[in-house]
Ligand binder design. Structure first.
Ligand code: HSE
Length: 403
């Protein structure tokens, strides 16, 4: 039995206690029993089954030689960073769901863990309960990962799924999502693509073996999408998803989060509602797909506990986190080649030639909205060239990148 402490008894932290409690016999049978000795929180939890384990002083945990593993579920990059550093320096492994901290300091914390013969593990930070990090670091260890296309944010996928099904406006669906607790009161990080951007930065760091920072990811959100965009998608037999993309073209690496049209033949088109899905292309295996609950109390907690089990089974050694401090960067999006769908004012019969002269061959979609038509490019074009062409074309309403 390994004694552990939980930092932060909120949604995920209480989920960690629940997963350990519910599957206690199973874990014991497997020889991986965990015992929650302490729960660190500022609050008291009268009536909670773990009420007697709640403490308010981190030093109690740090000074207890019986504590070998900590589950950090407090979030943020202040106290969580400090406590994680102190624990690792004492040789205590830390398992976390805190993607902000992993994205910002994960490489440094992994080095500290290695120096002190313990582990820093963060399976729950990307894709919630989907075993994605371990799959990339261990399962795909023989592979060169060339492309990752991820639906990595459940909140926005819920909103986009509803907009597609109901033809509803973004603001109305967001308000409904907030009412049901699927979206935060301040939804900025989700709807502006920052959350997905942090997650793809972590995955890009793992597959490049370099430290890729979130600000290097080109990030656009879903706030500008309208019911007309979804009507075009329907007419094309396609879906609009917020795609977190890591891709290689030539010797360049790109990270782009943006709404994209995807064809129904893509397995990502089946990822509906709050679920996440990640399609990975690697050089030997080809495509592999990972699907499941990317958020939520039990799913996220399950991934944290999975890490705690692995850490408990490896006391005195380090499980490679896959992160390094070697600085890496992503190329500017301007040279990235892809296809686009463009909405233009006017009549297709008058403008087809002019549009094809600028954007190459493509198919026209009409009768979706008044006084406009859509143009789906057949050929790929570099982003900078596309932007220049669309600036020269009159009456461009909007565009969506195509996967
Ligand atoms: N806000 C995130 C989401 C939570 O909606 O996917 C999980 O990281």
């Amino acid at each position: 039995m390994t004694n552990i402490a939980i930092l932060g008894y909120g949604t995920v932290g209480s989920g960690v206690a629940e997963v350990i409690g519910t599957n206690a016999e199973l874990l014991k049978k497997r020889g991986t029993g965990l015992y929650v000795k302490y729960i660190l929180d500022l609050r008291e939890f009268p009536g909670d089954p773990y009420e007697d384990r709640v403490i308010h002083d981190f030093d109690t945990i740090l000074d207890d030689p019986e504590i070998k593993v900590i589950c950090e579920t407090m979030g943020g990059t202040g106290a969580a960073y400090k406590f994680t550093t102190l624990a690792l320096e004492k040789g205590i492994s830390v398992c976390t769901s805190n993607k902000e901290l992993v994205e910002l300091h994960g490489a440094e914390l992994s080095r500290i863990a290695k120096e002190h013969h313990c582990s820093y593990l963060f399976e729950a930070s990307v894709g919630g309960g989907i075993p994605l990090i371990r799959t990339i670091v261990q399962g795909l260890a023989a592979e060169k990962v060339e492309r990752i296309c991820g639906i990595l944010n459940g909140t926005t996928n819920f909103i986009l799924t509803k907009m597609a099904k109901e033809g509803a406006e973004f603001d109305a669906v967001l308000a409904e999502a907030q009412e049901h607790g699927y979206a935060e009161k301040d939804p900025t990080a989700d709807i502006e693509g920052h959350d997905a951007g942090r997650k793809i930065a972590i995955l890009a760091s793992l597959v490049t073996g370099q430290n890729i920072a979130f600000p290097d990811v080109h990030t656009e959100g879903i706030t500008k999408l309208t019911p007309v965009d979804f009507a075009y998608a329907k007419a094309l037999g396609m879906q609009i998803k917020l795609i977190a993309l890591y891709d290689t073209q030539g010797d360049k690496h790109y990270g782009i989060v943006s709404p994209r049209l995807i064809g129904e033949e893509s397995p990502l088109s089946c990822v509906q509602g709050v679920f996440n899905g990640v399609l990975i292309h690697s050089n030997m295996l080809d495509d592999s797909m990972y699907y499941g609950r990317g958020a939520g109390r039990k799913a996220t907690a399950s991934a944290v506990v999975g890490d705690a089990i692995a850490a408990a089974a490896s006391i005195g050694t380090t499980i490679d986190s896959g992160l390094t401090e070697e600085l890496g960067d992503l190329a500017e999006i301007g040279t990235y080649r892809q296809r686009y769908f463009v909405r233009l004012k006017g009549s297709k019969s008058v403008r087809k030639e002019e549009v094809e002269a600028a954007l190459g061959k493509g198919s026209i979609v009409f009768d979706v909205a008044k006084d406009e038509f859509g143009f789906l490019m057949k050929e790929e074009m570099e982003e900078a060239a596309f932007m220049q062409k669309t600036e020269q074309l009159q009456g461009v309403i909007d565009y969506i990148r195509v996967l």
